[in-house]
Design a protein around this ligand. Structure first.
Ligand SMILES: [Zn+2]
Length: 567
């Protein structure tokens, strides 16, 4: 089947599943699982998918059904298999006019928590033909990580299959924030407070105003100039006038800009006046036309603060949707802590296999669509949720397995090989499929004799007297220290009352390759693999039978080094 036909049929199938509108991310997963060789031509595939999605989405649902019935009726059967709650419709949304943003701070790369928000945002943008802005919030010059400016866009694009439409960096936009701060001061909606922070807090706690609140615009503008010149850090902040009687103390005249002389990784010491989060967020959301924002529930107060800016400028505020806190129990998600541990050599880097950052998942062979499916199944809810490491992996692995099962060819890898002799074992050529569902991919072949390598774990656990089987080769019994062939094939093994283990193995020869598998706990499992593994390209995903899925990460000194994905 040509690439175009393949894309066409899955696009039709996807469109029918989603009321006539196909979504490219899900299609690509299907195409790759049917023809993994297309992975090398991802650019062409993506382009073609975009074209075909456009064409198919322009068709009526009835025509789509008719077409698919004709070219691939078997795909219609799958229609009912949809699982889990999907996203609810966006309030106040109009197709083609939705703009959303995801706004991490570049203090480190993205982790599993970010992945959830990225996927939800990207999915909504896709659904509404919207625009997805990635905004790097770096107006606190402290605790920024220069490499994150590249890592975050890479991570977000990997997760969303290049779905990010625009990248904004807040430190590039300081003049904008100054302009609007200036306007607010002029209009009397903001003032520059030179009170000691503790003094202000005490007054504010008693719902009392400080003397700065009643300065004239002229006096405020003079102070504004001095913020750029001679005021020292902590001596002056711009405050937004709200309501000093507000029952919530956090909302009373909140600070919008402050002085910070800490050198900025991109701007050095060119600037000393920096906006605080609520101010820059409000200005940016407006200037970039954000229509909907997904915010953590803990940001409800912040939205109330930002609404003052919208009110003063008579701007229309974006629709905020709140998401409960997802507590990833057992994961270390702190970029600051992780950075320290990387610097101290406790972790090798952000892609250390033990870390929950996306770089590690990539190297292990996880597919971005697995994160997408997981996020969509979790949905957008205000209730807090706790996910333990075990639960998280169970859900993610379930999704990932569906995506890679068809891609990954099967091979034998023997961890901790032990040599055994099976008396009377047949000398024969064993044929095994590279993938049982895809005979067209070819076969592996072994010439067997009576000596075999099996895994130590199997060797240690073979029960005496039971009938065991070497896949596609022979049945045997263990009698004390002896291994003896038992007549019969797979059928006899399956039906015996005395069934033991079914093993993978390698005939003893010099043709095997040396293999190391890095486990998620960062243990190196050493073993040997069948000769055909030598033909793998770096980055290939395989399923080592009875061991698990893994990705070939590198080859060093003739040792194939895999990273374990999951079982
Ligand atoms: Zn004051």
């Amino acid at each position: 089947m040509s690439m175009k036909d393949l894309i066409y049929k899955y696009t039709l199938q996807n469109a029918i599943k989603y009321e006539g509108k196909a979504n490219p991310g899900a299609i690509i997963g299907k195409i790759l699982s049917e023809d993994p060789s297309l992975k090398e031509k991802m650019k062409d595939v993506s382009k073609e998918v975009a074209l075909i999605v456009k064409k198919v989405n322009a068709m009526s649902l009835r025509d789509q059904l008719k077409e698919l019935q004709e070219i691939a009726p078997e795909l219609l059967e799958e229609k009912k298999k949809e699982e889990g709650p999907r996203l609810k419709p966006l309030p106040n949304a109009e197709k083609g006019k939705v703009v959303m943003r995801m706004a991490p701070s570049p203090s480190g790369p993205l982790h599993v928590g970010h992945a959830y928000v990225v996927q939800i945002t990207a999915a909504l943008c896709e659904e509404y033909d919207g625009k997805f802005i990635l905004r790097l919030e770096d107006t606190n010059p402290e605790n920024l990580y220069p490499k994150a400016y590249e890592m975050i866009p890479d991570d977000a694009n990997w997760l969303t299959n290049q779905r990010v439409d625009e990248i904004l960096i807040q430190s590039e936009r300081l003049e904008e924030y100054y302009k609007y701060a200036h306007e607010l001061l002029e209009m009397g909606y903001a003032y520059i407070c030179t009170c000691n922070e503790d003094v202000f807090r005490e007054l504010s706690g008693k719902k009392e105003e400080c003397s700065c609140r009643n300065l004239t615009a002229e006096e405020n503008l003079k102070r504004w100039e001095r913020m750029f010149l001679d005021f020292k850090p902590g001596e002056a902040v711009v405050r937004i006038k709200t309501n000093m009687q507000d029952p919530n103390p956090a909302l009373r005249d909140w600070p919008a800009l402050r002085i910070n002389e800490h050198p900025h990784p991109r701007k050095g010491t060119d600037y000393r006046v920096w906006p605080l989060m609520n101010f820059s967020v409000a200005i940016d959301d407006h200037l970039t036309g954000v229509t909907h924002s997904i915010r953590g529930k803990d940001h409800m107060d912040n939205e109330k603060k930002q609404l003052y800016i919208y009110k003063y400028f008579k701007w229309k505020a974006p629709t905020a949707m709140y998401v409960g806190r997802i507590n990833f129990e057992g994961f270390e998600l702190s970029t600051t802590q992780t950075r320290k541990k990387i610097e101290h050599g406790e972790y090798e880097g952000w892609d250390d296999i033990r870390l929950p950052f996306l770089a590690a998942f990539k190297r292990r062979g996880y597919q971005p669509e697995a994160f997408r499916e997981l996020a969509l199944n979790m949905g957008l809810h205000e209730a807090d949720k706790t996910l333990s490491v075990e639960e998280f992996y169970k859900l993610l692995n379930h999704q990932n397995k569906q995506l890679i099962d068809q891609i990954a060819n099967r091979y034998f890898i023997i961890i901790d090989p032990v040599e055994i002799e099976i008396e009377d074992a047949p000398e024969k050529v064993v044929h095994l499929e590279l993938h049982p569902d895809h005979p067209e991919r070819g076969k592996r072949m072994f010439q067997t004799h009576k000596l075999f390598f099996i895994q130590k774990e199997d060797f240690d656990n073979l029960e005496d007297g039971k009938i065991h089987r070497l896949m596609e080769c022979c049945n045997f019994k263990k009698m004390g220290k002896r291994f003896i062939v038992v007549p019969g094939g797979h059928e006899e093994f399956k039906t015996t009352m005395n069934k033991g283990r079914i093993l993978h193995y390698l005939p003893v020869s010099k043709e095997y390759v040396n293999v190391e598998v890095l486990s998620p706990e960062k243990k190196i499992l050493k073993g040997i693999g069948e000769p055909l593994l030598e033909k793998l390209e770096i980055g290939s995903l395989i399923q080592a039978e009875r061991v698990g899925f893994m990705r070939l990460d590198n080859i060093k000194d003739n040792v194939l080094k895999f990273w374990f994905t999951h079982r």
